[in-house]
Design a protein around this ligand. Structure first.
Ligand code: ZN
Length: 131
């Protein structure tokens, strides 16, 4: 197994950042021909999602819906004031798995890999394990 770390700088409080290019680069660097690429976000207020990257309105609709589902202000007890971000992170999840074939990341035609920021702006990390 090879583990790499990529750094992601978010600019907004809540946003989806396309990291497909960086992940493809990491897979290339691993030299692995066939295997699995495991992505892990070591944060409690961020996540990772694979979804449509071609039409930016999909990204917008996902964020708008998550914000509607989990409002920033609510009956939360967590004193840090970012409960909505913790809940969104839990809903979206902090890991994803992709296949590697012929040294390439296998994704559907319209799929992109998104780092999901829910409590930015911050500098974040994504661990990429190629196995
Ligand atoms: Zn918190």
């Amino acid at each position: 197994m090879m583990r790499q770390t990529i750094s992601v700088k978010s600019r907004l409080n809540t946003e989806l950042i396309d990291i497909t290019g960086e992940v493809r680069e990491a897979v290339k660097k691993s030299g692995l021909k066939e295997g699995v690429c495991h992505l892990f976000v070591p944060h409690t207020t961020a996540g990772i999602a694979i979804n449509e990257g071609a039409d930016p309105s999909v990204k917008r609709d996902i964020l708008t819906s998550l914000n509607r589902l989990v409002p920033f202000d609510g009956d939360y007890q967590h004193a840090e004031g970012n409960s909505a971000a913790h809940i969104k992170s839990t809903l979206v999840g902090t890991s994803a798995v992709c296949l590697i074939e012929d040294s390439q990341l296998v994704l559907g035609t319209w799929q992109s890999i998104f780092f999901c920021e829910f409590d930015g702006p911050r500098t974040r990390r994504v661990y990429i394990a190629t196995i």
